[in-house]
Design a protein around this ligand. Sequence first.
Ligand code: ZN
Ligand code: ZN
Length: 249
Amino acid sequence: MVGMATKRRQDYMKQAHTLAQKYKEQPILEERMKAESLGLVKGLRDKLMRWEEYERTMLDKTLVSALAACILGIKENTTNQKLEKCWPIIVGDMLPPLTKFLAETKEYIDSGVLRLGDQTLDFADKSLLGVVPGAIDLETDELRGINPEEEGTLEAEQSRAQGKTWPTLASRVARYLATPTFSFYNLGEYLVAQDQGFKEMRRVAKHDKKTCIDCKTYDESGWSPIGELPMPGKGCRCYDRCRCYIEYR
Ligand SMILES: [Zn+2]
Ligand SMILES: [Zn+2]
């Protein structure tokens, strides 16, 4: 998969620039990619695309949306040099879990856990993850008032996290295509801050019930030398759902 991705890198860069130009802001890009996650899984379920095409599209969209998010964070016209720095980070972060995730999905299809053509659940009606374009997902999550750890346990109990049904598969796909855009947007901003000579950074947590212990700890540790703190979504158990932000000085 890494080989395939490397070969198509220039193509991905071009597509990412188009995507960034089109959606302009990270939250809009994220919403758009959530809608695409749903469309993709529906396409597979309804046999509009073959497995090979689904797999390839997952790879392409995961990388292109992450690159587009970096471009939005970098906010310059001549972003190519900084974007080159994002590439190995994106590949290293996303491809190993994506490979595993795709293998799991394939297994569920082959063993009949996920049935192709099964339309017993209409996930368009489920307002899944707020995947309906324009819907806001994170806020709904927060209203439920449980932290990510509790949520993880709950998901595991209900086999929701495993992607064993078409709707939960779509929400897992969104965790590759959509939610990581936040972290990569921050990576883009970080590269700029580093370039501008900022010396310190701090990670500010959202002080709500969902903020995990790791994010609280970063938040409380205050200012650190630039480069010493992980980007939001890294080094915390919120993962891609983390919505800490970074300040520089
Ligand atoms: Zn966290
Ligand atoms: Zn966080």
